[in-house]
Ligand binder design. Structure first.
Ligand SMILES: [Zn+2]
Length: 140
């Protein structure tokens, strides 16, 4: 059983504070609530939705040679820009437990298994990832 009050709290927080798509918020909220239901600490979330404009700024920052806070050039197509990706701290005490439960959910991918390993990253690919320019064009 998962405590539904915790699930609801996480779901709302993941929507409002982290800007996740409701489908990913539903899953991540369930996993965080499951951990807490069994007296484990939830993991620390470090990133959720990123706007295409912000992503473009980060690319420009990288291209200018300023790489502080960036491990790689921010991707032109990123599920973060559709609210379908979340990053969590690998230093969280229960990171491995969180990862195992997340990976048991159909459709969820862990970035630790990507060719370009990204251990903090989990996503829920739905449809085609859109590029920065496609997403910016869709806004106006
Ligand atoms: Zn990520």
């Amino acid at each position: 059983m998962i405590r539904e009050d915790l699930w609801e709290q996480w779901y709302q927080l993941l929507l409002s504070q982290w800007g996740l798509d409701y489908r990913l918020a539903f899953i991540v909220g369930a996993v965080q609530a499951a951990l807490q239901t069994y007296d484990y600490d939830a993991v620390t979330i470090t990133s959720g939705y990123r706007s295409p404009i912000r992503q473009k700024e980060l690319q420009a920052k990288w291209d200018s040679g300023d790489r502080t806070g960036l491990a790689a050039r921010p991707a032109t197509r990123s599920w973060h820009m559709q609210g379908l990706a979340v990053d969590v701290s690998t230093r969280s005490q229960n990171f491995n437990l969180f990862r195992e439960i997340m990976e048991s959910v159909p459709g969820i991918r862990w970035g630790g298994r990507f060719k370009k390993v990204d251990r903090v990253h989990f996503d829920l690919p739905i449809g085609q990832p859109k590029s920065i320019d496609q997403l910016i064009a869709a806004r106006f």
